[in-house]
Structure formats: structure tokens, C-alpha cells
Design a protein around this ligand. Structure first.
Ligand SMILES: Nc1ncnc2c1ncn2[C@@H]1O[C@H](COP(=O)(O)OP(=O)(O)OP(=O)(O)O)[C@@H](O)[C@H]1O
Ligand SMILES: [Mg+2]
Length: 293
């Protein structure tokens, strides 16, 4: 091989490995057996009135994994994540078609109580939204609503410890949650979601209102929590998806067949390192390399 070609090949190789290590998967689990599925989502579509907002969503979400949902604004990431704990029930015009199987049970079966669903599948939103109550009462709220048994002080302490917030707040549990910083408020919301002992945590852009240091702390927390929970995160931050997630679903939004409405769908769902380094679909590649979106 001529010298200059060899040099070029070596440079290209180095660039690729730099890119791969920058976007290294959160955990290299190539040899591990596939984790147990928590959600089996089959052919889900969501309508707002007549408008089909997302369609044809089929995904499996597994235990102890972080799954990132990425894609341009309006492609239905929030609409979809809300299907996973029946939050769309609270939007009058919304209708969900298809099946969301959670631990072998149809989440939308008439016999399922949505309050119990939200106990097991917690949600954290874009903007920290503590209740105008004390730190203690924010955490105790959910366990009281679902009638959890046990010593409430212990329940509160345990949730705050799991969210790595206990040391920050243990001396001011009875003070108003609004006195906390934005990053602390978001960890309080995570603690609040953890207080009812969920097995899944849904996070819709949980860091978009936070500074980089608070964002880093939430990412560290997610990596810690995934040994006990399954996490689904919506994010516009590509580095964040690459840093924390095991699996990534890339959504896009296109005009539907009648060319009237824009409908979101999943273009590609795969291991995060594949999505970021070697995606199958050109649209995924363009999005993750910042050419569109
Ligand atoms: N409550 C609602 N009522 C009616 N239409 C809605 C509602 N929520 C979302 N939509 C519509 O559904 C589509 C998908 O919106 P959604 O908020 O799920 O997208 P997204 O991917 O989360 O966007 P973003 O990245 O901006 O948060 C959009 O066309 C939006 O206008
Ligand atoms: Mg959204």
C-alpha cells in the first residue's frame, strides 16, 4: 500500500475510533444474554381527535436498560412516552391504538387501574414540578395516595437516598421545595417518582432546564438507578443519549399518505452505539451527525 494511502487509512481509522469512544455505549453488554422485556409495544398509534400523531410503533424495552427516544420536534416522542404509563388518558382528545404489554399484561385492559400503573411506572417531566409543599410532603404524597404501608419517615429517606439527595436536604425536610435549586428540584421529582417503588422511570427531557453540572448529576444518577429500574428518556441532546443509553429509538415526522398531516414514526431502533456509529437508515445518520433536525 502506498505510504500516503496508508496514512490516510490510519487517520480515518483513528477518527472513527475517536468518534466511537466519544459515543461509547453506556455499558458494553455484547456477551450478556438479552435482559427480560418489560414493555412489548406492538403497532401503537396515537390520535389527537382525527390527527394521527404517531403510528406503527413496535418496540421492546428491557429490564435494567436505559432507552433513549430521539428525533426532531413534533415527531411524537412525548406522545409516545405518555403511552407507557397511560398519561395520555388525561388528554381528552387522545386515543391510543395497538397494544402496550407491560410484564405480560395489556396496560390498556379495562381492569387495569391507571393510578396503580403510575405507581409502578413513574414519570419525570421537562421542567421540575415540585408541589408547593415541604420536601418531605412532596415525597410522601405518592405513597399516601396509593396507601403504601410502612414508616413514612423511612419511605421518604429511602427515596431521597436513591435520588442522591438525602445529604443535601436531610436538615430541611420541612422547608418548602421551591427553596431548592433547579437541579435539586429535578432530583426531588425523581425521588418523588421513586417513592412509590416503581420498576420503570419515564423521563421526558429531564435535563433541558438544567445547567451542565446538574445535568451531569442527573446522568450519573440515571446510570446508578438502572441497576434497579428500567429507564426511558426523551432527549434532544445527542451526547446525552450516547452517554447514558443502551438502546436508542430514532423517530422522524413525515407527511402522511394524504399529505395533510404530519405523522411521527420510528425509523430505527437499535443499540445506541450502532445508532451513533453505524445506523442502517440514512435519515438516522443525517440526524445523529447533525445534518438535519
Ligand atoms: N395535547 C395535544 N393535543 C393535540 N395535539 C397534540 C397534543 N400533544 C401533542 N400534539 C401533537 O402531536 C404531535 C407530536 O407532538 P409531541 O409533543 O409528542 O412531539 P415531541 O416529539 O415530543 O416534540 P418536542 O421535541 O418538541 O417535545 C405534534 O403534531 C403535536 O402538535
Ligand atoms: Mg416532547
Amino acid at each position: 500500500m502506498p505510504e500516503n494511502v496508508r496514512e490516510e487509512a490510519a487517520a480515518a481509522q483513528e477518527q472513527t475510533s475517536r468518534f466511537v469512544s466519544q459515543y461509547a455505549p453506556a455499558t458494553p453488554e455484547a456477551d450478556a444474554p438479552p435482559a427480560e422485556p418489560i414493555f412489548d409495544v406492538r403497532d401503537v398509534a396515537v390520535f389527537y381527535g382525527e390527527h394521527r400523531a404517531v403510528t406503527d410503533i413496535t418496540l421492546e424495552l428491557r429490564r435494567n436498560q436505559i432507552t433513549a427516544l430521539i428525533g426532531p420536534s413534533g415527531c411524537g416522542k412525548s406522545t409516545f412516552i405518555r403511552c407507557l404509563n397511560r398519561m395520555n388518558d388525561l388528554i381528552q382528545s387522545a386515543r391510543v391504538e395497538g397494544e402496550v404489554i407491560y410484564h405480560d399484561q395489556d396496560l390498556y385492559d379495562d381492569r387495569i387501574d391507571p393510578v396503580q400503573v403510575r405507581k409502578r411506572i413513574g414519570m419525570v417531566f421537562q421542567k421540575p414540578n415540585p408541589f408547593p409543599k415541604s420536601i418531605y410532603d412532596n415525597i410522601a404524597f405518592g405513597p399516601r395516595v396509593v396507601g403504601m404501608k410502612g414508616d413514612m419517615d423511612e419511605i421518604v429517606e429511602s427515596a431521597l437516598r436513591r435520588a442522591v439527595l438525602w445529604d443535601d436536604v436531610k436538615d430541611r425536610l420541612k422547608t418548602n421545595a421551591f427553596g431548592m435549586s433547579g437541579g435539586q428540584q429535578q432530583r426531588l421529582c425523581i425521588a418523588r417518582a421513586l417513592a412509590t417503588d416503581p420498576d420503570v422511570l419515564l423521563m421526558d427531557e429531564p435535563c433541558s432546564a438544567l445547567d451542565p453540572i446538574s445535568t451531569g448529576r442527573i446522568e450519573d444518577l440515571m446510570l446508578e438507578l438502572k441497576s434497579n429500574y428500567s429507564i426511558v428518556i426523551v432527549t434532544h441532546n445527542m451526547q446525552q443519549a450516547a452517554r447514558v443509553s443502551n438502546m436508542t429509538a430514532f423517530f422522524t415526522v413525515e407527511l402522511d399518505a394524504g399529505e395533510k398531516h404530519r405523522t411521527g414514526r420510528v425509523v430505527e431502533f437499535a443499540a445506541t452505539d450502532k445508532i451513533f456509529t453505524n445506523p442502517d437508515d440514512k435519515r438516522t445518520e443525517d440526524y445523529v451527525t447533525g445534518k438535519v433536525g
